[in-house]
Design a protein around this ligand. Structure first.
Ligand SMILES: [Ca+2]
Length: 386
């Protein structure tokens, strides 16, 4: 309706303008200079009407445009409400709504080895346990008791932090990792029988000075310590996930199961994550296609849309490690012991085989000193909501 009014006002303005033009033409025909029109009153009157009509038309037009703008803005606001996956500051992160879950492993332990030790036992503590035990799937003592945990909503990276991500951090800050400062890192190489401290191994040289990540920029960064991971997270405006957040995220909404995808390590005989198929250390059948790391997101995500929570690279969490923490941890947003000697890492890696390590269970708790680094340990970040 107001649109018709606008048309009418424009028409009036056009008619008034036409009258002025006719009067002007008549006067010009009479040879009267335009600035001395014989009927200035009429001209002024008609001009006034025209200006008023033009003003009304303009005002109506402006109101029309304002109305359209309000409708457009309102519709955009309704269809683009803030969502975890669309905020630019949460690029590559998934918003998890939190809530309750059962943390840890239920039932009686059939296996008590917990893999403590210093270097390279620190490596053993984190990257492996050392016995071949078919009861390993029942879980270790430090995973007990299973207990209800409530978590506030949080964001978590959909993938492990990659070499490309870490390169941006290094270029922006000039940061030196613990491995670079020490001059080496713990490395397991294809063909070796055990871990070795390798001079010149660091995140850019995962197997030693002669190796490179130039063709692995989309692989998880490794040879980074807990200190390095925490520094990256701070730079990125994020933080490391707590151990509870990590386990909740890894379970992907499934409760009481051994793996993010169920209770069988290889459903239908197929490896669906990057771990070691075969007998360590001599036989890696590479059914998953990789000896070392794989590009992130090479395998199907879990129920929360998170990739490589199990396998590929171990992931540092924010928490200190204590083997009895589950016996007294708070039920709401547990953040680990106040202090400790080792930090928790989770998820196992390309190194974990069925007979050696077994750390690809969602309940398994790895740990190592916070300045230690290995060529199978990386991380992903989390972030508070707000
Ligand atoms: Ca992983």
């Amino acid at each position: 309706m107001w649109f018709a009014s606008v048309i009418l006002l424009i028409r009036k303005a056009a008619i008034s303008g036409g009258l002025i033009y006719r009067v002007t033409r008549q006067n010009r025909a009479r040879g009267i200079p335009e600035f001395l029109f014989s009927r200035p009153g009429l001209i002024r009157s008609e001009m006034g009407t025209t200006i008023r009509n033009i003003w009304k038309a303009s005002l109506s037009g402006a109101m029309m445009l304002l109305g359209i703008a309000i409708v457009v803005v309102a519709s955009r606001a309704l269809t683009h409400r803030p969502q975890g996956k669309t905020e630019s500051s949460s690029h590559g992160m998934v918003l998890l709504n939190g809530g309750q879950f059962l943390m840890g492993t239920s039932g009686r332990s059939k296996h008590v080895h917990s893999g403590h030790g210093s270097q390279p036992g620190g490596a053993a503590g984190l990257v492996s346990s050392s016995t071949n035990d078919p009861g390993r799937e029942a879980g270790d003592d430090d995973e007990r008791p299973s207990h209800r945990v409530r978590l506030s909503p949080f964001y978590i990276d959909a993938t492990e932090v990659t070499n490309a991500d870490f390169a941006r951090f290094e270029q922006a800050t000039g940061y030196k990792t613990d491995a670079e400062k020490k001059g080496g890192s713990w490395v397991f190489k294809n063909g070796q029988q055990d871990w070795e401290s390798v001079d010149g191994a660091d995140w850019q040289h995962p197997l030693g000075p002669d190796s490179t990540v130039s063709d692995k920029m989309n692989h998880p960064v490794v040879n980074v310590s807990w200190n390095d991971a925490a520094a990256y997270a701070k730079w990125a405006g994020k933080r490391l996930p707590t151990e509870a957040e990590w386990e909740y995220a890894a379970r992907g909404g499934r409760e009481g199961e051994i793996y993010p995808w169920g209770n069988q390590l290889k459903p239908n005989g197929k490896a669906i994550a990057n771990f070691w198929q075969g007998t360590w250390p001599d036989d890696n059948r590479m059914e998953d296609g990789y000896f070392y790391t794989a590009p992130v997101a090479s395998f199907q995500p879990n129920g929360f849309g998170l990739y490589d929570m199990i396998g590929n690279a171990w992931e540092w969490t924010a928490d200190w490690y204590a083997d009895d923490y589950y016996k007294h941890s708070p039920a709401k947003d547990p953040k680990g012991p106040k202090s400790g000697e080792m930090r928790v890492a989770r998820g196992g890696s390309w190194f974990c085989s069925e007979g050696y390590c077994g750390a690809y269970r969602v309940g398994f708790r790895g740990k190592s000193p916070e300045d230690s680094s290995f060529n199978n340990v990386g991380f992903r970040c989390a972030r508070d909501v707000n």
